[in-house]
Design a protein around this ligand. Sequence first.
Ligand SMILES: Cc1cc2nc3c(=O)[nH]c(=O)nc-3n(C[C@H](O)[C@H](O)[C@H](O)COP(=O)(O)O)c2cc1C
Length: 242
Amino acid sequence: MNEIISLLQNHRSIRKFTKEAVSSEQLSAILTAAQAASTSSNIQAYSVIGITDVEVRKQLAALAGNQGYVNECPLFLVWCADLHRFEQAVQLHGNTPVTGNAENFIIATVDAALAAQNAAIAAESLGLGVVYIGGLRNNPSEVSQLLELPQLVYPVFGMCIGTPDQEPLLRPRLPQEAVYHENRYTDKPSAINVYDETIRTYMKERTGGKVDTTWSKEMAGKAMRPREHMKSFLRTQGYEIE
Ligand SMILES: Cc1cc2nc3c(=O)[nH]c(=O)nc-3n(C[C@H](O)[C@H](O)[C@H](O)COP(=O)(O)O)c2cc1C
């Protein structure tokens, strides 16, 4: 196993950080790694906003569901899907404006996620820890107003970065045969039973025996329609998702 694979396999989200700042050299290396990610047709349909203003950070922490680590982490980045710059480039040539149709929505969202994940790995390779913050989508309109996002830009998620001040257990993943299929999709329901027991053991260990749950039970609790406001919010940002 090489160092990169070992780093990837040792990922765990970090939610408690020391006060040590992320240096401008570290930030620059993280962003350069993010920019090296593959990107649909070289559109680079994303932007990332570093939040250095204490007040803005406080407001974002509240908007993300009062997640304290958003406020406390040394570096907080907001990853945005961004077709605005693409539109500006297109308009330089008098072409028709870019639409936020379903395909362009996918392109921009995937581009933002790929760049962010490169950033996360780069940060971890520097000994830093990260956690994604999808909680920003609890209040996407307020976040967009606060960050003055133009049309065709929307916040996909935030990311806390800093020196870890905790060593969480690795969260086990599904058995590989559950996610890997050969040649055709094959249902493997028994993998869920296997994973349920893995998660039961993990949760007991993580909580000192206080929580007895399984993966499927946790998923059942999430089976409602999450963040139903996203459809109308995306429309206000210029994405026509039906
Ligand atoms: C897009 C995305 C959004 C997430 N949002 C949050 C969040 O708002 N708050 C949080 O504490 N963790 C968040 N997470 C972290 C996940 O809970 C975590 O990655 C998952 O439980 C697996 O745990 P691990 O990263 O420690 O392996 C998010 C992860 C992703 C990929």
